[in-house]
Design a protein around this ligand. Structure first.
Ligand code: NAP
Ligand code: GDP
Length: 321
């Protein structure tokens, strides 16, 4: 198949591209123009010669039409977004444009060019905000109540996906993904910030890890596992919405304890908090029930929270050398 990925140079986009190439598909991707070309392809440099890449932007409707016409895909994975929650408070308008309206642009471009193209939308657990079922889980039936511009933008995109499915009979599937990480995660997200800084401290190249809220809980999974779930959902006969999560939750402090424990660092000496890393509103606990996804596709997470953090530590140790 010909498959188009928006956000191909992001964490998930780069792993999904590798997975699809391995299965023999023709992989196309949309890249944003960046003044430094090496920055825009750092995660896909090793497979770049196998990819068809087009400049485009979710906020630039015409560029989406052009990419769809050039790629002629059967599937489109929309992984592009302004994906950082804290930054969404600093750039709320842009976040709405890229993460919310950007999906509308893509859905509309697909409807105009070829409504038979199947779309995957990367929805987010941020859409739940602090909404939580009595047993401590979020599931497909849990009410959405986002508390950040990012969560609100993702909810706009999610509802638009459902509307295009219902109004036009288009195949639009939403994976409601809980946090997922890897060595390719941005270093301004919690897990990779902790791993990178802790490795630097252990090597004597930094002294302190400075974080915001240590008490929130997240359901942290592994990006390579989650891109497999995206593909499995797109192989179903019918479009749907399904949660992708591990079903286990850990606090920010647990991440620090695991990483500091591995590197024999003391919290007292090397951990500090600063309000500048807190958000105006915070989600205190995320833990996803992915029974629906597991039943529909047989998917299950393969890499544990601890194994994933160990891989990220090893990555930064190698980078530092
Ligand atoms: P990521 O590493 O931040 O990648 C996002 C990608 O989107 C980057 O390639 C970025 O390109 C691109 N992008 C940003 N704005 C764009 C625009 N206006 N037009 C076109 N491309 C644009 O995110 P990720 O972790 O791979 O996540 C993939 C998707 O899943 C995102 O939609 C994210 O919101 C969603 N999601 C992620 C998680 C998670 O925990 N990772 C959980 C739930 C949902 P540049 O390199 O040019 O910035
Ligand atoms: P998010 O769940 O999508 O916002 O993913 P992040 O990795 O950005 O944040 C996960 C949790 O870590 C949130 O509850 C943050 O408030 C918390 N956190 C605490 N300190 C930091 C920090 O310095 N940076 C980031 N990114 N998050 C932090």
């Amino acid at each position: 198949m010909d498959i188009l990925i928006t956000g191909i140079n992001g964490q998930d986009g780069s792993y999904l591209a590798e997975l699809l190439l391995g299965l023999g598909h023709n992989v196309h991707g949309i890249l944003r123009r960046n003044s430094q070309s090496e920055n825009q392809t750092s995660r896909i440099e090793h497979i770049r010669h196998k990819l068809q890449l087009y400049y485009g932007d979710l906020t630039d409707f015409a560029s989406l039409i052009t990419a769809l016409k050039k790629a002629e895909p059967q599937l489109v994975f929309n992984l592009a977004a302004q994906s950082h929650v804290k930054i969404s408070f600093e750039q709320p308008v842009y976040t709405m444009q890229a993460t919310g309206v950007g999906f509308l642009n893509l859905a509309e471009a697909v409807r105009i060019v070829n409504p038979g193209i199947k779309i995957f939308q990367a929805s987010s657990s941020e859409m739940f905000g602090n909404s939580i079922d009595a047993d401590g889980f979020q599931r497909e039936t849990t009410a959405f109540a986002p508390v950040s511009p990012y969560g609100i933008a993702k909810l706009m995109a999610h509802q638009t996906a459902i509307n295009y499915r219902d109004s036009y009979g288009m195949f639009v599937t939403c994976g409601i993904f809980f946090n997922h990480e890897s060595p390719r995660r941005g270093t301004n997200f919690l897990t990779n910030k902790v791993c990178k800084t802790a490795v630097e401290i252990a090597a004597g190249k930094a002294d302190q890890l400075v974080l915001g809220n240590l008490h929130s809980h997240r359901d942290w999974g592994y990006s390579k596992d989650y891109v497999k779930a995206m593909l499995a959902l797109m192989e179903l006969d019918k479009p749907t919405d399904a949660i992708c999560a591990t079903g286990l939750t850990h606090s920010v402090g647990d991440v620090v304890d695991h990483v500091f424990g591995r590197l024999k660092l003391s919290r007292e000496k090397h951990l500090r908090t600063d309000k500048k890393f807190e958000r105006p509103t915070e989600i205190m606990s995320l833990c996803g029930d992915s029974s629906k996804l597991r039943k529909l596709t047989g998917w299950k997470p393969e890499v544990t929270f601890e194994e994933m953090l160990d891989e990220m530590i090893a990555h930064w140790q190698k980078e530092l050398k």
